[in-house]
Design a protein around this ligand. Structure first.
Ligand code: ZN
Length: 196
């Protein structure tokens, strides 16, 4: 009896399989059906074990560092890199403005002054000569109440005069603009003979 039922079941199964294959569906199988009851999740308790578990190793020192090495790491070494704050003993007072600056360095206050004046002169030059072509010629800067210096003709070749409409700053020496105090030489000797 059981074998006959089994046989019948097989036949139905085969028929089902063959017919469903025509429609392109996968063959069906008998399966147990049951209802699934979803349980409410229990409230989570925070534990350090969830994060660390027992498979993670923390980065911990393996060997003890000596006192010397620890101190050197902390404070450096005077011969190589000294990490401690050391008072500076090379601070001096600027002779012209009175601000403090390091010995062997430019005075920051004076430098700012020169920078601003230079910027003004550059702007004036750009106004007069234009921005299009590069300025290849020398430029002579004249302040209020200054006249052109007495110089031979060669001196003026290709030079431009820029007039600043203000008084020359006291700290801005006129000599800084002059390239040389000597007269331009006429001789074409490679080795001059009239040297002192
Ligand atoms: Zn200064």
């Amino acid at each position: 009896m059981i074998s006959r039922v089994h046989h019948l079941k097989n036949i139905i199964k085969n028929v089902e399989k063959n017919i469903l294959q025509i429609f392109g569906l996968p063959p069906r199988e008998l399966a147990l059906a049951y209802t699934y009851e979803k349980r409410l999740p229990e409230p989570k308790k925070f534990s350090i074990k969830d994060i660390v578990g027992d498979g993670i190793l923390l980065a911990v020192p393996k060997f003890r560092r000596t006192v010397e090495k620890r101190l050197k790491r902390k404070f450096g070494s005077p011969e190589y890199t000294w990490k401690m704050l050391v008072p500076k003993t090379n601070i001096i007072v600027c002779n012209s403005c009175g601000h403090y600056h390091e010995r062997g360095h430019l005075c920051a206050h004076c430098y700012k002054k020169v920078e601003a004046e230079t910027k003004e002169i550059q702007d004036k030059i750009q106004q007069k000569l234009g921005n299009q072509k590069p300025i290849e010629n020398d430029v002579i800067v004249l302040y209020n109440g200054e006249s052109l210096p007495d110089q031979p003709k060669e001196f003026w070749r290709g030079k431009r005069i820029i007039e600043m409409k203000k008084d020359r700053p006291q700290w801005f020496s006129k000599n800084l603009l002059e390239k040389t105090t000597q007269q331009p030489s006429e001789s074409k000797d490679v080795k001059p003979t009239d040297l002192a």
